[in-house]
Design a protein around this ligand. Structure first.
Ligand SMILES: Cc1cc2nc3c(=O)[nH]c(=O)nc-3n(C[C@H](O)[C@H](O)[C@H](O)COP(=O)(O)OP(=O)(O)OC[C@H]3O[C@@H](n4cnc5c(N)ncnc54)[C@H](O)[C@@H]3O)c2cc1C
Length: 383
């Protein structure tokens, strides 16, 4: 392998580049970073950075010297096209990077609302500029409407309540975070937020955002209600950042489609939020938008690129979220139709462990303020 290029300077890209060096690859290594700054971590953006507890600088994954020491050349620019036959990545400025091995780690971009998204005062939260704008909006707003009650929307709701804003959260599903934690724990999340004064509107969607003189003023719901808003956060999920791969010939479904080795084509691997791969643990295709997966998959893709597909990537998924004084941790996978039951503690105690089963088989464990209890169950899940 003479030249390796990593496209995307997020957690997955950094893990891939570091693993290449750890595995003994000593050749030219370029990491193409789509943002103008050094790679940084995203989970603190909706938590410590948004609440003001941390400066954004503190999220930097590594300092510049680290990349220099490892001989990782950082190029700031955006990939525009991939030619898998000629083995080149073309940048938006026309520059071309040749490669023998390529790792795609371009992450996702926030999904947008079809009507009214471009009005002033409408925010998404993915990167440093977004969190700076949202923090500034917190300073000047009395009321925020959050569209989408996934973990990102609920973390921002908690941060906004902490800053004294009136918060309304709107979601068409029956409970917040229902896709990530199911209805039983979703109801506990709803209760937590209502106890903190969030006005949570479930089972209703958003039809459009309406503005006055170019600035958002109203959120129109699908049942006809109109909510006044000083600012709006749209947190309705994300789509894989694969636009630059449109002419590459790679299979692009829900992300870059890879096999169980994270391989998309000869010499081409993908990792992190952008990668859809067949997880041998579950015998099914997955795409996981969680921080731990980005690190593990970046490293696994790098090893398979160097060693030649020796390591099927079969993780037990893991994610966490922090809201108010609650830490929720989920290990495993919630297949359709799985059921949850509280195994230890209770919602009233503010501390519990829930187990998820499908056809009687344990598939996931969730800890609610129970970090010391979940590792034992994780071992059971690993078998
Ligand atoms: C606000 C927020 C809070 C989160 N909180 C949690 C949490 O509590 N727990 C948890 O488990 N997960 C959390 N996540 C998810 C976690 O951060 C992601 O799973 C992880 O960052 C994915 O890393 P990645 O490297 O795959 O993608 P990213 O971190 O998105 O990195 C991809 C990089 O590629 C760049 N890029 C895109 N297109 C191009 C291109 N054409 N050319 C060059 N570069 C390009 C992007 O600009 C970006 O820098 C959170 C995410 C966000 C946004």
């Amino acid at each position: 392998m003479e030249k390796i290029v990593v496209v995307g300077g997020g957690a997955a890209g950094v893990a891939a580049a570091e693993a290449l060096r750890q595995e003994g690859y000593a050749g030219p290594l370029t990491m193409l970073c789509g943002e103008p700054e050094l790679p940084y971590d995203r989970p603190p953006l909706s938590k410590q950075v948004l609440t003001g507890a941390w400066d954004a600088d503190r999220t930097r994954l590594r300092e510049a010297e680290h990349y220099a020491d490892l001989g990782i050349r950082l190029v700031h620019g955006r990939a525009d096209a991939l030619d898998t036959g000629g083995r080149t990545v073309r940048l938006a400025d026309g520059y071309t990077l040749p490669y023998d091995g390529l790792i795609i780690a371009t992450g996702v971009r926030p999904r947008r609302l079809p009507a009214g998204h471009d009005l002033d005062g409408v925010h998404v939260l993915r990167g440093h500029p977004d969190v700076a704008e949202l923090r500034a909006a917190f300073e000047t707003s009395r009321r925020i409407v959050i569209v989408g009650a996934g973990f990102l929307g609920m973390e921002v709701a908690a941060a906004a309540r902490g800053r004294g804003l009136d918060v309304i959260v709107v979601d068409p599903l029956a409970q917040p975070m229902i896709r990530q934690v199911g209805p039983l724990v979703g109801a506990a999340v709803a209760r937590l937020h209502r106890e903190h004064g969030v006005d949570l509107r479930t089972d209703v969607g958003v039809r459009e955002l309406r503005g006055t003189r170019g600035r958002v003023a109203d959120v129109v719901l699908t049942d006809g209600q109109v909510l006044a808003a000083d600012c709006v956060l749209v947190a309705i999920g994300a789509v894989p950042a694969t636009g630059w791969l449109a002419t590459s010939g790679l299979a692009l479904g829900d992300g870059v489609e890879c096999d169980e080795y994270c391989r998309a084509a000869p010499g081409v691997y993908a990792a992190g939020d952008v990668a859809s791969w067949v997880n041998p643990r579950y015998q099914r295709r997955m795409r996981v938008e969680h921080r731990m997966n980005a690190t593990e998959q970046g490293a696994a893709a790098a090893r398979n690129l160097l060693r030649g597909d020796t390591e099927p990537f079969a993780p037990l998924p893991y994610f966490w979220t922090d809201q108010y004084n609650v830490k929720i941790q989920v290990h495993g996978y919630l297949p359709d139709g799985c059921t949850a039951a509280i195994e230890e503690g209770s919602v009233d105690d503010g501390k519990f462990v829930a187990l998820y089963r499908a056809d009687g088989v344990l598939t996931a464990v969730l800890g609610w303020n129970a970090p010391a209890r979940v590792p034992g169950y994780r071992k059971l899940l690993l078998g």
